[in-house]
Design a protein. Structure first.
Length: 52
């Protein structure tokens, strides 16, 4: 994988994390399912880039 591709994937993963954190910080409770979904989204982005 090229450095520019790695940088793009990391940037995309950070965007997913930042968006979810903004949404979660506005609420008092966050379900474990929502946290699991976020982690799975990030994992999918990172593993897809490792395969490419």
């Amino acid at each position: 994988m090229t450095d520019s591709r790695e940088t793009a994937v990391i940037g995309e993963a950070l965007s997913v994390i930042d968006k979810a954190l903004r949404e979660m910080l506005q609420r008092e409770l966050v379900s474990t399912g929502e946290v699991a979904d976020l982690l799975l989204d990030v994992r999918s982005l990172l593993t897809a880039s490792a395969v490419a």
